[in-house]
Design a protein around this ligand. Sequence first.
Ligand code: CU
Length: 305
Amino acid sequence: MNTPVRVAAFVMGLAIAFLAALGLGSVVGPVGAEPVEEAHASESHDDEADVDAGHDDHEDEPAPAEQPGGLAVSQDGYTLELLSQPRPGADRPLRFTVLGPDGEPVTAYDEVHERPLHLITIRRDGAHYRHVHPTLAGDGTWTARTTLEPGTNRLLADFTPMGGPELVLGTDVQVPGAFAPLGATPVTRTAQVDGYRVRLEGGLTAGESSPVTAVVTRGGEPVTDLQPYLGSYGHLVALREGDLAYLHVHPEETGSGPEIGFLAEVPSEGRYRLFLDFRHRGSVHTAAFTLTTADGHGGGGGHDH
Ligand SMILES: [Cu+2]
């Protein structure tokens, strides 16, 4: 590649990455134009142009998009530390702690969604999602009783140290034993779980808050007496396929069924696994879905915006 072509290719990549990060249609014009102009002006020093374009982009940005949670084991001075080597099998204890900025285990947490800490475990291929609430000992040791499958598992801890930042820290856990990888999951809007059928209406849009509604039926009848779980009528977690980034999903005010509304924010184009916990007749059930941003809104469902 000659230099101008290389520069153009780089700038194109930069512009695409930047637009993807912003994900805002309204700023496509000005943002797209700027770095291209600059790079052309200094073709012979493409390294400098790259640096300049990067700086300008940063300064012009209203606010840098936050990295999704769950990608780091350590952030803002807090570190997730495993205290036991998990073994495969049902209902095994799993011990961990969160070290604070002073290097000592954190012993006080703010409750979010009615719990001081939410622990997600999932195999790296997206199989075997579990959402549990560990118990905290006085010395800052958390103990979860959970089931881990053979393979590389991801542990995601969602918590807020008392008076500190909201965090989702993640770590990998290798569990010995053979396993069959899940492979690519097709787009799945309807899940069957424990005799319930749950359909997900709506879609995901990169960089935007998108309404997503779960509709719960049982035996063909709408379920209208869902019970509150963790402060709302359902708890939805979205994980990005590829890195299991943990995305923010906020419950919307909805009644006790059959519809449960959420606002999902996904930072980038791609495929996402979504897991809905809902409670009915005293039991919590988990429905799993796969959506892509390309899938758009509605997908044949009735989202009338
Ligand atoms: Cu939880």
